[in-house]
Design a protein around this ligand. Structure first.
Ligand SMILES: Cc1cc2nc3c(=O)[nH]c(=O)nc-3n(C[C@H](O)[C@H](O)[C@H](O)COP(=O)(O)OP(=O)(O)OC[C@H]3O[C@@H](n4cnc5c(N)ncnc54)[C@H](O)[C@@H]3O)c2cc1C
Length: 166
């Protein structure tokens, strides 16, 4: 299915170099969907074939196990578009910045800074992706991601996020 759908993957992939803690064995499959649609079809194929799988972002909050993981690690890191329409406002007048789950949190903060949007600057040094930060409800300098989160698109497993900047 991965070959047919042109979803990039590797077999017997060493996991240690891919995580912040630099530990872990190998994954039978390491899959890098390029779009939210590819992420959904990867997850749906894994579920229907009863293949164990785990979705990762930046792997900055993970310790991969030693040995062989007999399943698929699905990385969201290639799914990283960001959109902003200055005319799109919430009822209280705040603007919305929309991004995909694999965008690095640092890139999200950088984007907001370049657009003169405040609200996310506390997260400037946070490792990992926006998806990981939402899943963990990351917190930096007395601000949690939930304080600026407006809407999340949730798939069966994995999501794309919409962030609310005040
Ligand atoms: C040096 C250092 C400093 C840190 N400082 C802070 C800090 O100040 N505050 C703080 O809160 N945390 C901190 N962390 C922890 C970590 O950076 C955060 O938890 C970060 O938000 C994790 O994001 P990630 O993309 O790396 O997630 P990962 O480590 O890849 O995954 C973490 C969890 O999120 C899930 N996940 C990831 N992406 C998705 C997705 N798209 N859909 C569904 N589930 C998903 C994974 O399955 C996993 O359960 C720090 C970590 C390091 C190494």
């Amino acid at each position: 299915m991965l070959k047919v759908a042109k979803i990039p993957y590797t077999e017997n992939e060493p996991l240690a170099p891919k995580s912040t803690f630099k530990v872990g064995g190998t994954a039978r499959l390491y899959i890098r969907p390029q779009t939210p649609e590819q992420l959904e079809s990867t997850i749906s194929a894994a579920r229907s074939s009863e293949l164990p799988f785990f979705v990762t972002g930046g792997a900055s909050n993970l310790v991969y196990p030693d040995g062989v993981y007999e399943g698929a690690i699905i990385s969201t890191q290639e799914i990283k578009e960001i959109f902003y329409d200055p005319d799109e406002r919430t009822s209280d007048g705040s603007v919305l910045v929309t991004c995909q789950c694999g965008l690095p949190m640092a890139a999200f903060v950088d984007f907001c800074t370049r657009k003169n949007l405040s609200g996310a600057e506390q997260f400037a040094g946070l490792p990992g992706t926006v998806g990981g930060a939402v899943y963990m409800n990351a917190r930096c300098f007395d601000r949690s991601v939930s304080d600026i989160l407006y809407l999340v698109d949730v798939y069966e497993y994995g999501f794309r996020n919409i962030i609310h900047i005040s």
